[in-house]
Design a protein around this ligand. Structure first.
Ligand SMILES: C[S@@+](CC[C@H](N)C(=O)[O-])C[C@H]1O[C@@H](n2cnc3c(N)ncnc32)[C@H](O)[C@@H]1O
Length: 319
């Protein structure tokens, strides 16, 4: 028997994506939001990155969830309506579902095909589970499927995806999540910790160059979907820790003077000019507790691994 699955498509229209990409390319410095990494191939590349020896966040967060499953289940509560932001391949939720029986699971992700595949597989593997998958963009006000109002609400936001947002935008996103959760709603969130530069540098500059392929796939996607003519061999992957900002930055650096056409518009790149594609802010536990507090959440519990690489926070919405 398969679990039930409902799919809701709130994906932003292509015209909005075109306008946002062109606006980002007209800025100085040029910038495109990391949410655009995730077409089908981008999602597959990200999954491959999570298996790399250098990429500590996924295995460390999974370990923390596994070691503390019973307490997490108690915190989130059986029979809750459990949403997940940026659910990707829905791998981490399995650890929670082995300890918890939510009334429904609501994965939210911008990567439509990958979300549908992951939700279908999950519904097959958890036959008692009701899955309401929604393809949506949580970086602005986002819709949820029409779901029962009376159920207690909880959210899971793993992978330190909160670190992709500037701190002000991270606060605004947590406030949006809080509005969907309501008073006393629970939020379980994974946050990457500050650490030595070498560990961080290796995680975003892996020997197999999968992170480079993931970064460059953004240009391939724009070529395909926005009728552009980026030459991928004229851009190189650049990732480094910006100490003063407390974040990893990823860029695509133009190796020459060149002109690219995107959706009918000419875009000039100087040699050495970079297109900023991702920030990944790293927080101390104290810093993240303060950010959560400013966003309407009280921290109830925080777990880390023995090497203090990653943290998982249990937050309660104070309305
Ligand atoms: C860093 S991956 C994390 C995946 C998974 N949660 C994990 O922890 O391994 C980010 C996920 O969030 C999704 N995502 C990124 N930006 C998004 C946005 N603005 N709205 C919805 N989903 C987004 C991506 O498609 C991807 O699946």
């Amino acid at each position: 028997m398969n679990g039930s699955i409902h799919f809701y498509d709130f994906h932003p229209p292509m015209a909005d994506i075109r306008d946002e990409v062109l606006e980002g390319l007209s800025r100085d410095p040029k910038q495109i939001a990391p949410k655009y990494f995730y077409d089908q191939r981008g999602s597959q590349l990200f999954d491959a990155i999570t298996e790399l020896p250098e990429y500590y966040p996924t295995r460390t967060e999974l370990d923390i969830l596994e070691c503390n499953g019973a307490q997490i289940a108690e915190f989130l509560g059986n029979d809750c309506l459990l949403m997940e932001l940026g659910s990707g391949s829905s791998r981490k939720i399995r650890v929670l579902l082995d300890a918890l029986q939510p009334a429904a699971y609501v994965p939210l992700d911008i990567s439509r095909g990958h979300l549908l595949d992951a939700a279908t597989t999950l519904a097959r593997d958890y036959p008692q589970l009701q899955v309401h998958a929604a393809c949506t963009d949580y970086s602005s006000d986002f819709e949820l499927p029409d779901l029962p109002e009376h159920l207690p609400r909880a959210a899971f936001f793993p992978g330190s995806s909160i670190g992709n947002f500037e701190p002000d935008d991270a606060r605004a996103l947590l406030q949006r999540v809080g509005r969907h959760l309501g008073e006393d709603g629970k939020l379980l969130i994974g946050v990457d910790l500050k650490k030595d530069n070498a560990t961080l540098h290796a995680a975003y500059n892996d020997a197999r160059q999968l992170t480079a392929a993931f970064n460059l796939n953004l240009l391939e996607r724009i070529n395909r979907e926005l009728d552009a003519d980026f030459q991928l061999d004229c851009f190189e992957h650049l990732a480094f820790f910006n100490e003063s900002a407390g974040r990893i930055e990823m860029h695509l650096r133009s190796t020459r003077d060149q002109q690219v056409r995107v959706a009918g518009q000419a875009i000039r790149f100087a040699a050495g000019e970079s297109l900023h594609t991702e920030n990944s802010y790293k927080y101390s536990i104290k810093e993240f507790r303060a950010l959560a507090g400013d966003s309407g959440f009280v921290t109830e519990q925080v777990w880390t691994d023995e090497n203090q690489l990653f943290s998982v926070h249990c937050l309660r919405c104070n309305g």
